[in-house]
Design a binder for this molecule. Structure first.
Ligand code: F3S
Length: 393
């Protein structure tokens, strides 16, 4: 093994001839490449950066970003931040949080990064194609684009995706190669799952898979939205970078010889839902983790249209572009008494400033929201119809 070989140009960057941020970036990529067994850096088509909310990265993160300030080389989108920039909310924030968050935004803006503020950039801002090499952070989006689109990214962190955006390259290892995309576990699921069932399957399977790629069998009718829910939940409780679904995802034929087999029955899914759900009445119904698509917003609008709002608050989370393109649905939801937020989400905003008990259909939020530092919430994890029962009079 010769280790990772840099081109003459890359060596100059490595030696600091092109500036300090570039030097730090390529050295980070070099170390990761050496660890992963890469022999070269390869060009990427796009990057997606997580670690945008001040709640997540704090003062240390701001200092790191200042050190890395330079223009990015490829189209680069950003994850959600701590509040809705134009409309405010979803909860009250203090002045210091606001100031620090705006500092972070200014740095990214200066670097030429898109002001997307969403974990579903693949709907509008940053849509990769099959086979594209990319460098993405945000675990739910990584699994989604690897699995459903067939784009190629390792599970990057905020700093490594930023480094790749600055250099325009990433180390060629892991998920960038065919061998790194093979399923080593086959999961047979004995009954067809709905949206909540897929979110629960993610929570159930994550600890069993750890980092392994699975081929899911028995779910040939799975929709993109259901697999988005699965992606988010699975990524929250494991280091899994992608999955395949037989007959559905584009690379499901990539399976290792002698793959281990796991059987999952409906009872395990029901038990996962019940085990992860508080029995307390929620103060807030929060939907949109990951951020809602236009189709989901329109579906929810149809369910609440003309109805009277009662009970807990209803918050929906999506991206600016989806909201902009769903004006009728948003109006219907707002007339009902719900609120549609952009730029932020239920996990990265300081929800616990105002709420202690939240109902959601998201497996990922069900995992994160109870954690201290993420919301300290008592979570009711259930399907959208049951959630809306709390708010429809
Ligand atoms: Fe997205 Fe926030 Fe959930 S970033 S996946 S809505 S935790």
């Amino acid at each position: 093994m010769k280790g990772l070989q840099l081109t003459r140009d890359e060596e100059r960057i490595f030696d600091g001839e092109k500036g300090e941020p570039q030097k730090v970036a390529i050295r980070l990529l070099y170390s990761l490449g050496e660890l992963g067994g890469a022999d070269r850096l390869i060009p990427i088509k796009s990057a997606h950066i997580s670690g945008v909310s001040y709640k997540n990265i704090g003062e240390g993160g701001i200092q790191f970003l200042r050190k890395m300030m330079t223009k990015v080389k490829v189209p680069t989108s950003l994850n959600p931040l701590g509040f809705d920039i134009e409309n405010g909310g979803p909860v009250e924030i203090d002045q210091n949080f606001h100031k620090k968050q705006m500092e972070i935004i200014d740095i990214y803006r200066e670097m030429g990064i898109m002001e997307s503020y969403t974990c579903t950039p693949y709907y509008f801002y940053n849509k990769p194609s099959f086979g594209d090499h990319i460098s993405w952070a945000e675990s739910s989006a990584i699994i989604y684009v690897n699995s459903l689109i067939g784009a190629r990214t390792n599970r990057e962190s905020g700093p490594s995706a930023l480094a790749a955006a600055i250099i325009g390259k990433t180390p060629d290892h892991g998920l960038h190669r065919n061998d790194g995309r093979k399923a080593s576990v086959i999961v047979n699921v004995d009954s067809e799952l709905d949206y909540t069932g897929f979110a629960a399957l993610g929570l159930y399977l994550g600890p069993k898979l750890n980092r392994s790629i699975a081929l899911i069998r028995g779910q040939r009718k799975a929709s993109d939205l259901e697999l988005k829910a699965f992606s988010a939940a699975l990524s929250a409780v494991s280091s899994v970078p992608m999955f395949h679904v037989e007959g559905v995802t584009p690379e499901y034929n990539l399976v290792s010889d002698g793959a281990e087999v796991i059987n999952v029955d409906k009872g395990s899914i029901d038990e996962t839902i019940s085990k992860n759900s508080s029995k307390e009445e929620p103060e807030l119904i929060a939907i949109g983790c990951p951020h809602l698509s236009a189709e989901e917003l329109s579906y929810i609008a149809g369910l609440v249209k003309g109805k009277k709002k009662v009970g807990p608050d209803l918050f929906l989370f999506t991206s600016r572009e989806v909201k902009e393109n769903s004006k009728d649905a948003v109006k219907t939801i707002e007339n009902f008494g719900g609120k549609v937020f952009v730029d932020t989400c239920m996990v990265v905003s300081p929800l616990s400033n105002s709420y202690g008990k939240t109902g959601t259909n998201s497996g990922k939020a069900t995992f994160y929201l109870p954690l201290s530092g993420y919301g300290n919430q008592k979570v009711t994890f259930t399907g959208i119809m049951d959630l809306l029962k709390w708010v429809i009079g």
